[in-house]
Design a protein around this ligand. Structure first.
Ligand code: T4K
Length: 385
């Protein structure tokens, strides 16, 4: 690993995987080896699913081999009319829009709200056409969508609601788990996520009876040795992934606590600096400590997001410009408009302003001092002059 900060320390990355004790993992791996049952709905993956359903307080929690395949299958489950429109956010990982396209549906991008950067219900309302079949909203950065407003629009127009909850593991609104909202939610258990199985994902739904259909969609549609009843895919989580999940789940609470403490430290460093907008606190929401996004308005702050990114990088701190470029900047979606209630969609401004700071339990006081130095230096000099 290259060392490029003055203290000769390893670079600080935006995230790092939560990993279980190697000895504990070895114990489970030995069990898997002894059983010779390594995939296809093995005992550990079924145990993990049960634990996750309890943890997320949802009747149906079906584990997948990654979040993207889970999202493909969730959209497939909804049986949306071929070629119909799915309204989604451009401020997300490319997988969100890709999953719509892979299902033979058309993504329609709607603008986001200030602060949370979740999809704006007013923009969604404006984007609805007779061809619209669903809303695919993203709980981005761990902030939660306006779930009630979105459901209202969906009910008015007979639309399905599906959540990309890749960033929202364990979140709740007024005590109600987000995993049971809408028609389905997709979670990612990628190594970069708060709870991870290295690669992995999940579909949750509020309906117990969905479990059977999701099972078929996850397993080629196979019902038994002689019957294939649905057009399924291979979405199975293997036993090694499940073992990581079983051991990681009890570690989530401590990691969340460490990140909440880190959030408070970051807030303390950044609050009050002109032109910086921190991730808002949402009333009644228990968010996920997934990312620490910051919006940097260069005109007011004096330096741009890109300048800060470069300065942090020079000091060995690797922040990320999630999600820049946004989906509509990517080749497959270039020319797709962003439906907005504003003259210029907020997305077009904000995409060059967002920066996610390193957010995990290995960020220490020295890192914080370096980060504080980068953020406060110019500003304090300007204030002093
Ligand atoms: N929807 C949303 C909203 C998503 O954010 C994602 C995934 C999905 C859907 C799809 O779910 P999955 O199919 O992935 O389950 C990363 C992740 O690969 C991706 O899962 C994630 N979103 C996205 C936001 O971030 P990159 O291209 O940024 O990954 P990479 O390799 O640059 O890693 C990010 C940082 O994490 C680096 O600084 C290094 C560190 N890292 C990464 C890995 C893989 C580690 O320390 N260890 C590791 O093993 O996409």
């Amino acid at each position: 690993m290259s060392t490029n900060d003055p203290a000769g320390r390893a670079p600080l990355l935006v995230t790092q995987p939560l990993l279980p004790d190697l000895g504990d993992f070895e114990t489970l791996v030995k069990e898997i080896w002894a059983s010779k049952y390594v995939t296809n709905h093995g005992p550990l993956s079924r145990q993990l699913e049960k634990s996750l359903a309890l943890y997320l307080d949802v009747p149906t929690a079906m584990a997948f081999n990654n979040g993207t395949i889970a999202l493909l299958a969730a959209l497939k489950m909804l049986d949306l009319p071929p070629g119909s429109e799915v309204i989604t956010s451009p401020v997300t990982f490319a997988a969100t829009a890709h999953a719509v396209h892979w299902n033979g549906l058309r993504p329609v991008f709607a603008d986001v709200m200030p602060g949370t950067l979740t999809i704006c219900p007013d923009a969604v309302r404006k984007a609805v056409t007779p061809q619209t079949s669903a809303i695919l909203a993203v709980h981005v950065y761990g902030s939660i969508c306006e779930t009630e407003a979105l459901q209202e629009i969906a009910d008015e127009h007979g639309l399905k609601v599906i959540y990309d909850a890749a960033h929202a593991f364990g979140a709740a609104v007024n005590g109600r788990s987000i995993a049971g909202m809408g028609d389905a939610s997709m979670f990612s258990f990628h190594a970069t996520k708060l709870f991870n199985t290295i690669e992995g994902g999940m579909i949750t739904t509020p309906r117990a009876e969905d479990a059977e259909r999701i099972y078929y969609l996850r397993n080629f549609g196979i019902k038994n040795e002689e019957e294939v009843v649905d057009i399924g895919i291979n979405g199975k989580l293997n036993e090694l992934q499940a073992a990581v999940g079983i051991l990681n789940l009890p570690l989530v609470a401590a990691e969340t606590e460490a990140r909440a403490a880190l959030r408070a430290r970051y807030d303390g460093i950044l609050e009050g600096l002109p032109g910086l907008t921190l991730q808002p606190v949402q009333k009644g929401v228990r968010r996920t400590e997934q990312y620490y996004p910051l919006i940097i308005d260069a005109a007011r702050y004096g330096r741009s997001r890109d300048e800060i990114y470069d300065e942090l990088k020079a000091a060995g701190i690797f922040a990320r410009k999630y999600f820049h470029p946004v989906c509509t900047d990517f080749e497959p979606y270039r020319g797709f408009p962003i439906i907005s209630t504003l003259g210029t969609p907020l997305v077009e401004t904000v995409k060059s302003q967002v920066l996610c700071l390193p957010f995990h339990s290995s960020v220490d006081e020295d890192h914080l001092a370096t980060i504080a130095g980068v953020f406060r230096r110019e500003t304090l000099r300007r204030i002093a002059v």
